[in-house]
Design a binder for this molecule. Structure first.
Ligand code: ATP
Ligand code: MN
Length: 335
Protein backbone atom coordinates (compact mmCIF):
# COMPACT_ATOMS: atom_id res chain seq x y z
CA UNK A 1 0.00 0.00 0.00
CA UNK A 2 1.13 3.48 -0.76
CA UNK A 3 2.70 5.57 1.93
CA UNK A 4 0.19 8.18 3.07
CA UNK A 5 1.42 11.71 3.05
CA UNK A 6 0.29 15.22 2.49
CA UNK A 7 3.31 16.79 1.00
CA UNK A 8 5.73 15.71 -1.62
CA UNK A 9 9.18 15.00 -0.28
CA UNK A 10 11.77 17.71 -0.64
CA UNK A 11 13.71 16.41 -3.59
CA UNK A 12 15.71 17.89 -6.40
CA UNK A 13 12.37 18.37 -8.13
CA UNK A 14 11.44 21.07 -5.62
CA UNK A 15 11.86 24.62 -6.87
CA UNK A 16 15.44 25.73 -6.64
CA UNK A 17 16.42 28.05 -3.86
CA UNK A 18 16.19 31.68 -4.93
CA UNK A 19 19.51 33.15 -5.87
CA UNK A 20 20.17 36.49 -4.28
CA UNK A 21 23.00 38.90 -4.99
CA UNK A 22 24.17 39.67 -8.50
CA UNK A 23 21.72 39.96 -11.32
CA UNK A 24 24.03 37.69 -13.24
CA UNK A 25 23.18 34.45 -11.45
CA UNK A 26 19.50 35.49 -11.40
CA UNK A 27 19.35 35.78 -15.16
CA UNK A 28 21.29 32.53 -15.53
CA UNK A 29 18.62 30.92 -13.34
CA UNK A 30 15.87 32.45 -15.46
CA UNK A 31 17.56 31.23 -18.62
CA UNK A 32 17.79 27.73 -17.15
CA UNK A 33 14.12 27.84 -16.24
CA UNK A 34 13.20 29.01 -19.75
CA UNK A 35 15.24 26.20 -21.24
CA UNK A 36 13.63 23.63 -18.95
CA UNK A 37 10.16 24.88 -19.89
CA UNK A 38 10.96 24.83 -23.58
CA UNK A 39 11.90 21.16 -23.22
CA UNK A 40 8.49 20.39 -21.74
CA UNK A 41 6.03 19.16 -24.35
CA UNK A 42 2.49 20.40 -23.80
CA UNK A 43 -0.15 17.73 -23.29
CA UNK A 44 -3.61 19.26 -23.09
CA UNK A 45 -1.91 22.58 -22.41
CA UNK A 46 0.12 21.29 -19.46
CA UNK A 47 3.92 21.19 -19.71
CA UNK A 48 5.24 17.72 -18.90
CA UNK A 49 8.69 17.64 -17.28
CA UNK A 50 10.99 14.65 -17.87
CA UNK A 51 8.65 13.52 -20.66
CA UNK A 52 10.86 10.64 -21.73
CA UNK A 53 11.35 9.13 -18.31
CA UNK A 54 10.25 5.48 -18.38
CA UNK A 55 7.64 5.06 -15.67
CA UNK A 56 6.84 1.40 -16.33
CA UNK A 57 9.52 -1.02 -17.41
CA UNK A 58 7.01 -3.69 -18.49
CA UNK A 59 5.29 -1.55 -21.13
CA UNK A 60 8.12 0.90 -21.68
CA UNK A 61 5.63 3.72 -21.13
CA UNK A 62 7.03 7.18 -20.50
CA UNK A 63 5.66 9.95 -18.34
CA UNK A 64 4.54 11.73 -21.50
CA UNK A 65 2.70 8.62 -22.71
CA UNK A 66 0.76 8.41 -19.44
CA UNK A 67 -0.24 12.07 -19.76
CA UNK A 68 -1.31 11.49 -23.38
CA UNK A 69 -3.38 8.49 -22.29
CA UNK A 70 -5.09 10.61 -19.65
CA UNK A 71 -5.86 13.26 -22.27
CA UNK A 72 -7.41 10.57 -24.52
CA UNK A 73 -9.44 8.91 -21.79
CA UNK A 74 -10.48 12.14 -20.05
CA UNK A 75 -14.01 12.17 -21.52
CA UNK A 76 -14.61 8.76 -19.92
CA UNK A 77 -12.75 9.40 -16.70
CA UNK A 78 -14.07 12.87 -15.86
CA UNK A 79 -17.68 11.81 -15.13
CA UNK A 80 -16.27 9.50 -12.46
CA UNK A 81 -14.13 12.23 -10.88
CA UNK A 82 -16.36 15.27 -11.16
CA UNK A 83 -17.91 16.47 -7.93
CA UNK A 84 -16.20 13.90 -5.69
CA UNK A 85 -13.44 14.28 -3.11
CA UNK A 86 -10.34 12.68 -4.46
CA UNK A 87 -7.18 10.89 -3.37
CA UNK A 88 -4.24 10.50 -5.70
CA UNK A 89 -1.49 7.91 -5.78
CA UNK A 90 1.72 9.42 -7.04
CA UNK A 91 4.60 7.28 -8.21
CA UNK A 92 7.30 9.83 -9.02
CA UNK A 93 9.86 7.12 -9.71
CA UNK A 94 7.43 4.99 -11.66
CA UNK A 95 5.93 1.57 -11.07
CA UNK A 96 7.87 -0.33 -8.42
CA UNK A 97 9.24 2.85 -6.85
CA UNK A 98 7.95 4.49 -3.71
CA UNK A 99 4.31 5.65 -3.99
CA UNK A 100 2.51 8.42 -2.13
CA UNK A 101 -1.18 8.34 -1.31
CA UNK A 102 -2.38 11.94 -0.95
CA UNK A 103 -5.70 13.48 -0.02
CA UNK A 104 -4.39 17.04 0.19
CA UNK A 105 -2.53 19.50 -1.99
CA UNK A 106 0.58 19.80 0.19
CA UNK A 107 3.26 21.40 -1.93
CA UNK A 108 2.00 20.15 -5.27
CA UNK A 109 1.33 22.68 -8.00
CA UNK A 110 -2.01 21.81 -9.56
CA UNK A 111 -3.94 25.07 -10.08
CA UNK A 112 -6.88 23.32 -11.80
CA UNK A 113 -7.34 20.82 -8.98
CA UNK A 114 -9.92 22.29 -6.61
CA UNK A 115 -9.38 22.50 -2.89
CA UNK A 116 -12.73 21.97 -1.19
CA UNK A 117 -14.30 23.80 1.69
CA UNK A 118 -12.48 22.90 4.93
CA UNK A 119 -15.79 22.08 6.63
CA UNK A 120 -16.05 18.89 4.55
CA UNK A 121 -13.25 17.33 6.55
CA UNK A 122 -12.85 19.34 9.75
CA UNK A 123 -9.42 19.43 11.42
CA UNK A 124 -7.71 18.28 8.24
CA UNK A 125 -6.29 20.04 5.24
CA UNK A 126 -8.73 20.78 2.43
CA UNK A 127 -9.85 17.84 0.32
CA UNK A 128 -9.13 17.75 -3.40
CA UNK A 129 -11.47 17.48 -6.35
CA UNK A 130 -10.96 17.37 -10.11
CA UNK A 131 -13.70 18.72 -12.36
CA UNK A 132 -11.80 19.40 -15.57
CA UNK A 133 -9.26 17.75 -17.81
CA UNK A 134 -6.49 20.24 -17.03
CA UNK A 135 -6.61 19.10 -13.40
CA UNK A 136 -6.03 15.50 -14.49
CA UNK A 137 -3.01 16.50 -16.55
CA UNK A 138 -1.56 18.72 -13.84
CA UNK A 139 -1.84 15.76 -11.47
CA UNK A 140 -0.11 13.53 -14.05
CA UNK A 141 2.64 16.12 -14.35
CA UNK A 142 3.07 15.87 -10.55
CA UNK A 143 3.66 12.12 -10.89
CA UNK A 144 0.09 10.94 -10.27
CA UNK A 145 -0.76 7.54 -11.70
CA UNK A 146 -3.97 6.64 -9.83
CA UNK A 147 -7.14 8.62 -9.06
CA UNK A 148 -9.34 7.39 -6.21
CA UNK A 149 -12.70 8.88 -5.23
CA UNK A 150 -15.12 8.94 -2.32
CA UNK A 151 -18.53 7.31 -2.40
CA UNK A 152 -20.18 10.72 -1.99
CA UNK A 153 -20.22 13.99 -3.88
CA UNK A 154 -18.90 17.08 -2.18
CA UNK A 155 -22.18 19.00 -2.47
CA UNK A 156 -23.81 16.52 -0.05
CA UNK A 157 -20.95 14.86 1.68
CA UNK A 158 -23.08 13.20 4.36
CA UNK A 159 -25.13 11.21 1.86
CA UNK A 160 -23.20 8.53 -0.02
CA UNK A 161 -24.39 7.94 -3.58
CA UNK A 162 -22.99 4.44 -3.96
CA UNK A 163 -21.80 1.31 -2.19
CA UNK A 164 -18.65 -0.50 -3.31
CA UNK A 165 -17.86 -4.17 -2.74
CA UNK A 166 -14.21 -4.89 -3.40
CA UNK A 167 -13.67 -8.56 -4.26
CA UNK A 168 -10.12 -9.65 -3.46
CA UNK A 169 -9.09 -13.20 -4.31
CA UNK A 170 -6.58 -15.49 -2.69
CA UNK A 171 -3.94 -15.06 -5.42
CA UNK A 172 -3.80 -18.81 -6.04
CA UNK A 173 -7.43 -18.99 -7.23
CA UNK A 174 -8.35 -19.25 -10.91
CA UNK A 175 -10.36 -16.47 -12.55
CA UNK A 176 -13.45 -18.72 -12.63
CA UNK A 177 -13.71 -18.34 -8.86
CA UNK A 178 -13.70 -14.56 -9.19
CA UNK A 179 -16.47 -14.84 -11.79
CA UNK A 180 -18.46 -17.05 -9.43
CA UNK A 181 -18.08 -14.72 -6.44
CA UNK A 182 -18.95 -11.67 -8.54
CA UNK A 183 -22.10 -13.36 -9.86
CA UNK A 184 -23.11 -14.44 -6.35
CA UNK A 185 -22.79 -10.83 -5.19
CA UNK A 186 -24.80 -9.52 -8.15
CA UNK A 187 -27.49 -12.17 -7.64
CA UNK A 188 -27.87 -11.49 -3.94
CA UNK A 189 -28.17 -7.76 -4.61
CA UNK A 190 -30.71 -8.44 -7.38
CA UNK A 191 -32.67 -10.55 -4.93
CA UNK A 192 -32.94 -7.43 -2.80
CA UNK A 193 -34.08 -5.49 -5.85
CA UNK A 194 -30.73 -3.72 -6.39
CA UNK A 195 -28.98 -3.36 -9.73
CA UNK A 196 -25.20 -3.21 -9.55
CA UNK A 197 -22.42 -2.22 -11.93
CA UNK A 198 -19.11 -3.95 -12.41
CA UNK A 199 -15.59 -2.80 -13.02
CA UNK A 200 -12.23 -4.47 -13.00
CA UNK A 201 -9.92 -3.14 -10.30
CA UNK A 202 -7.06 -3.14 -12.78
CA UNK A 203 -5.26 -5.32 -10.21
CA UNK A 204 -6.46 -8.75 -9.16
CA UNK A 205 -10.14 -8.34 -8.45
CA UNK A 206 -13.50 -6.87 -9.27
CA UNK A 207 -15.41 -3.93 -7.85
CA UNK A 208 -19.21 -4.25 -7.57
CA UNK A 209 -20.92 -0.88 -7.31
CA UNK A 210 -24.48 -0.12 -6.26
CA UNK A 211 -25.60 3.41 -7.19
CA UNK A 212 -27.75 4.98 -4.44
CA UNK A 213 -30.10 7.89 -4.17
CA UNK A 214 -28.74 10.26 -1.59
CA UNK A 215 -31.36 9.47 1.03
CA UNK A 216 -29.32 7.30 3.37
CA UNK A 217 -26.39 8.28 5.54
CA UNK A 218 -22.97 6.65 5.84
CA UNK A 219 -24.02 4.43 8.69
CA UNK A 220 -26.96 3.04 6.76
CA UNK A 221 -24.94 2.45 3.57
CA UNK A 222 -21.94 0.89 5.30
CA UNK A 223 -24.12 -1.22 7.61
CA UNK A 224 -26.04 -2.53 4.64
CA UNK A 225 -22.81 -3.36 2.78
CA UNK A 226 -21.52 -5.24 5.83
CA UNK A 227 -24.71 -7.26 6.19
CA UNK A 228 -24.80 -8.18 2.50
CA UNK A 229 -21.19 -9.36 2.76
CA UNK A 230 -21.89 -11.37 5.88
CA UNK A 231 -24.86 -12.98 4.15
CA UNK A 232 -22.63 -13.97 1.22
CA UNK A 233 -20.08 -15.51 3.58
CA UNK A 234 -22.83 -17.37 5.45
CA UNK A 235 -24.30 -18.76 2.25
CA UNK A 236 -20.96 -19.88 0.80
CA UNK A 237 -18.48 -20.11 3.69
CA UNK A 238 -16.06 -22.23 1.68
CA UNK A 239 -15.92 -19.63 -1.12
CA UNK A 240 -16.35 -16.20 0.40
CA UNK A 241 -14.69 -14.52 3.38
CA UNK A 242 -16.09 -11.44 5.09
CA UNK A 243 -13.07 -11.03 7.39
CA UNK A 244 -9.93 -9.18 6.42
CA UNK A 245 -6.51 -10.81 6.57
CA UNK A 246 -4.74 -13.25 4.27
CA UNK A 247 -5.26 -16.12 6.75
CA UNK A 248 -9.06 -15.70 6.51
CA UNK A 249 -9.26 -15.85 2.75
CA UNK A 250 -7.11 -18.93 2.01
CA UNK A 251 -8.86 -20.54 -0.98
CA UNK A 252 -11.53 -17.84 -0.87
CA UNK A 253 -12.53 -14.46 -2.22
CA UNK A 254 -12.53 -11.74 0.44
CA UNK A 255 -15.39 -9.31 -0.04
CA UNK A 256 -14.18 -6.01 1.41
CA UNK A 257 -17.11 -3.84 2.46
CA UNK A 258 -14.99 -1.43 4.51
CA UNK A 259 -14.67 1.03 1.65
CA UNK A 260 -18.13 2.29 2.47
CA UNK A 261 -17.20 4.40 5.43
CA UNK A 262 -16.94 8.16 5.29
CA UNK A 263 -13.53 9.16 4.00
CA UNK A 264 -12.74 5.83 2.31
CA UNK A 265 -11.92 5.85 -1.39
CA UNK A 266 -11.70 3.42 -4.27
CA UNK A 267 -9.86 3.69 -7.55
CA UNK A 268 -12.03 5.49 -10.11
CA UNK A 269 -13.27 3.81 -13.27
CA UNK A 270 -10.77 4.57 -16.08
CA UNK A 271 -7.93 5.36 -13.69
CA UNK A 272 -4.60 3.76 -14.48
CA UNK A 273 -3.01 1.60 -11.73
CA UNK A 274 0.61 2.03 -10.65
CA UNK A 275 1.34 -1.62 -11.41
CA UNK A 276 3.38 -3.42 -14.05
CA UNK A 277 1.95 -2.94 -17.54
CA UNK A 278 -0.07 0.13 -16.43
CA UNK A 279 -3.46 -1.61 -16.25
CA UNK A 280 -6.67 0.39 -16.03
CA UNK A 281 -9.81 -0.07 -13.92
CA UNK A 282 -12.54 -0.66 -16.52
CA UNK A 283 -16.35 -0.89 -16.36
CA UNK A 284 -17.63 -4.11 -17.94
CA UNK A 285 -20.93 -5.89 -18.54
CA UNK A 286 -21.79 -9.03 -16.61
CA UNK A 287 -21.72 -11.06 -19.81
CA UNK A 288 -18.06 -10.11 -20.33
CA UNK A 289 -16.92 -11.40 -16.97
CA UNK A 290 -16.08 -15.00 -17.76
CA UNK A 291 -14.22 -14.13 -20.95
CA UNK A 292 -11.96 -11.62 -19.21
CA UNK A 293 -9.47 -14.01 -17.69
CA UNK A 294 -7.96 -11.35 -15.45
CA UNK A 295 -8.74 -7.98 -13.88
CA UNK A 296 -5.72 -6.34 -15.48
CA UNK A 297 -6.80 -7.20 -18.99
CA UNK A 298 -6.97 -3.60 -20.20
CA UNK A 299 -4.05 -1.28 -20.09
CA UNK A 300 -2.90 2.12 -21.28
CA UNK A 301 -2.01 0.36 -24.55
CA UNK A 302 -5.27 -1.40 -25.42
CA UNK A 303 -8.10 0.37 -23.60
CA UNK A 304 -8.80 3.09 -26.16
CA UNK A 305 -9.51 0.49 -28.82
CA UNK A 306 -12.13 -1.11 -26.57
CA UNK A 307 -13.73 2.26 -25.92
CA UNK A 308 -13.80 3.15 -29.61
CA UNK A 309 -15.33 -0.19 -30.55
CA UNK A 310 -17.70 -0.80 -27.66
CA UNK A 311 -18.14 2.48 -25.86
CA UNK A 312 -18.90 2.59 -22.17
CA UNK A 313 -21.25 -0.02 -20.67
CA UNK A 314 -21.87 2.18 -17.66
CA UNK A 315 -23.66 5.52 -17.87
CA UNK A 316 -22.03 7.58 -15.13
CA UNK A 317 -25.21 9.59 -14.48
CA UNK A 318 -27.54 6.67 -13.92
CA UNK A 319 -30.25 7.03 -11.27
CA UNK A 320 -29.57 5.78 -7.78
CA UNK A 321 -31.54 3.28 -5.75
CA UNK A 322 -32.83 3.34 -2.20
CA UNK A 323 -31.87 1.05 0.64
CA UNK A 324 -35.33 0.53 2.05
CA UNK A 325 -36.34 -0.29 5.58
CA UNK A 326 -37.83 -3.55 4.25
CA UNK A 327 -34.45 -4.60 2.78
CA UNK A 328 -32.63 -3.89 6.03
CA UNK A 329 -35.27 -5.69 8.03
CA UNK A 330 -35.09 -8.74 5.80
CA UNK A 331 -31.29 -8.82 6.04
CA UNK A 332 -31.39 -8.49 9.79
CA UNK A 333 -33.85 -11.34 10.10
CA UNK A 334 -31.88 -13.51 7.71
CA UNK A 335 -34.80 -13.83 5.28
P1 ATP B 1 -6.81 -5.14 -6.21
O1 ATP B 1 -7.69 -5.72 -7.24
O2 ATP B 1 -5.40 -5.48 -6.46
O3 ATP B 1 -7.30 -5.51 -4.83
P2 ATP B 1 -7.78 -2.57 -5.42
O4 ATP B 1 -7.91 -1.24 -6.06
O5 ATP B 1 -9.08 -3.22 -5.08
O6 ATP B 1 -6.92 -3.52 -6.33
P3 ATP B 1 -5.74 -1.57 -3.60
O7 ATP B 1 -4.99 -0.97 -4.72
O8 ATP B 1 -5.01 -2.42 -2.64
O9 ATP B 1 -6.97 -2.47 -4.06
O10 ATP B 1 -6.46 -0.36 -2.88
C1 ATP B 1 -6.37 -0.17 -1.55
C2 ATP B 1 -7.46 0.73 -1.02
O11 ATP B 1 -6.92 1.49 0.01
C3 ATP B 1 -8.03 1.71 -2.01
O12 ATP B 1 -9.39 1.89 -1.72
C4 ATP B 1 -7.29 3.01 -1.76
O13 ATP B 1 -8.12 4.15 -1.97
C5 ATP B 1 -6.85 2.86 -0.33
N1 ATP B 1 -5.45 3.23 -0.06
C6 ATP B 1 -4.36 2.92 -0.79
N2 ATP B 1 -3.24 3.39 -0.21
C7 ATP B 1 -3.65 3.99 0.94
C8 ATP B 1 -2.97 4.66 2.01
N3 ATP B 1 -1.65 4.82 2.04
N4 ATP B 1 -3.72 5.15 3.02
C9 ATP B 1 -5.05 5.00 3.03
N5 ATP B 1 -5.74 4.37 2.05
C10 ATP B 1 -5.05 3.88 1.04
MN1 MN C 1 -9.42 -5.12 -4.33
Amino acid sequence: MAKAQDESPATSRSPRRKTTGTGKSGSAGAARARKANAARPLVGGVGISSPDRIIDVDSGATKRRLAEFYLEVADWLLPHLRGRPLSIVRAPEGVGGETFFQRHMGRLKMPHVRQLDPSLDPKHARLLQIDEVTGILEAAQMGTVEFHTWNARSDRIDRPDRIVFDLDPDPSLPWSRMVEATCMTLDLLADFGLQARLKTSGGRGMHVIVPLTRRQDWECASGFARRITERLATEAPERIAAKMGAQNRVGKIFVDYLRNQRGASTVAAYSVRARPGLPVSVPIGREELSGLGAANRWTVDNLMQRLREQGDPWPADEPGQCITWAMRDRLRKGG
